[in-house]
Design a protein around this ligand. Structure first.
Ligand code: PBG
Length: 346
């Protein structure tokens, strides 16, 4: 034993813990750490959400510094820029002028509306870009809800009738992936049938499968001016307290023909990502939502967090938890950091 404590000494007389398994050996250099890395974030894993509006110039979003509502020209520039770094998939969110909003949200299937026009413009200019479109009524609803409202209730099946028209309209415009974010019961199957009946058999459905009634969507609702006009979204979005319920939604979305399943929000819901990963062999996506973006941006701006390191750590943790696909407002920045530093860059 050595004088300093109950440690053995090796043949050279040095302190020695009789420990054969030393996990630190696999951490001893950057080379070996990289060699044994389990979860790797690549630019191709990202879906980059873009806010669009009718304006001629971009409008900064106060609660999401670094994000703007983009003009038609700026969207194309942003797509081109992101594609250079290997981010090739985008999802569009429109800010719709008040005068086009209504309870039935009929603007959502106007073939000359903001979303179909933007989809066509992106696909025309960048045929290899993949464009996803959100399916839900809220940007078009004068009630700020994801469905048709009657007597303070959100009508499930009336809403689905509108969502089917919205999905078909987006598919006709060339959307590669439609993403129902509304949480109505049965919408995935109904949308699949609506698409198929028009021959859109290759249009994918990325279902917001486990979408929670979350306070972390606040900045997004600022961006779209889509805060609920009354009440909250708890009669359709899931209670943050519930994990098993996500598996009920998973079984339904799988049986209704979803191609990709999504969990939303991201960082506080990694256990749900893990549960979906175990419950399905479909690709799993996670949405790092506006409030999560705002938190990381705000802390980084104050110098309280290292932005690159904390954001890339969060992205890596999504992949570790089982996500294949990450929707994040940081997508372009992450791809730039990966291009500069290689993987990992935290
Ligand atoms: C609307 C929708 C929301 C988000 C994506 N689609 C907001 C909501 O459900 O109120 C939130 C995204 C984010 O916060 O980044 N159906």
């Amino acid at each position: 034993y050595c004088e300093s404590g109950p440690l053995l000494r090796n043949n050279k007389g040095e302190p020695w813990v009789a420990q054969r398994n030393r996990p630190r050996r696999n951490r001893k250099s950057a080379v070996i750490r990289r060699m044994v890395q389990e979860a790797i974030v690549r630019p191709s894993n990202f879906i980059y959400p873009l806010f669009i509006h009718e304006g001629e110039s971009d409008e900064a979003i106060a609660s999401m510094p670094g994000c703007s509502r983009l003009s038609a020209g700026s969207v194309l520039k942003e797509v081109e820029d992101a594609m250079q770094y290997g981010v090739k998939t985008f999802i569009l969110f429109p800010k719709i002028p008040d005068q086009l909003k209504s309870n039935y949200a009929d603007e959502c299937y106007n073939p000359e509306g903001l979303v179909p026009r933007t989809v066509r413009a992106i696909k025309d200019k960048f045929p290899e870009a993949m464009v996803c479109t959100d399916i839900a009524l809220d940007p078009y609803s004068d009630q700020g809800h994801d469905g048709v409202v009657e007597n303070g209730q959100i009508l499930n099946d009336h809403t689905i009738a509108q969502l089917c028209k919205q999905a078909a309209c987006q598919a006709r415009a060339g959307s590669d992936v439609v993403a129902p974010s509304d949480m109505m019961d049965g919408r995935v199957g109904a949308i699949r049938d609506a698409l198929d009946s028009e021959g859109h058999i290759t249009t994918s459905i990325m279902a917001y499968t486990a979408k929670y009634a979350s306070a972390f969507y606040g900045p997004f609702r600022d961006a779209l001016d889509s805060h609920p006009g009354f009440g909250d979204k708890k009669t359709y979005q899931q209670d943050p307290a519930n994990g098993r319920e996500a598996l009920i939604e998973t079984a339904l979305d799988v049986s209704e023909g979803a191609d990709i399943l999504m969990v939303k929000p991201g960082m506080p819901y990694l256990d749900v990502v893990l549960r979906l990963r175990a419950a399905t062999d479909l690709p799993v996506a996670v949405y790092h939502v506006s409030g999560e973006y705002a938190m990381l941006r705000a802390a980084s701006e104050r110098g309280w967090l290292d932005e690159k390191k904390s954001v890339m750590e969060a992205m890596t943790c999504f992949k570790r938890a089982g996500a294949d696909i990450i929707l994040t407002y940081f997508a372009k920045n992450c791809a730039k950091w990966i291009a500069q530093d290689g993987e990992p860059c935290y």
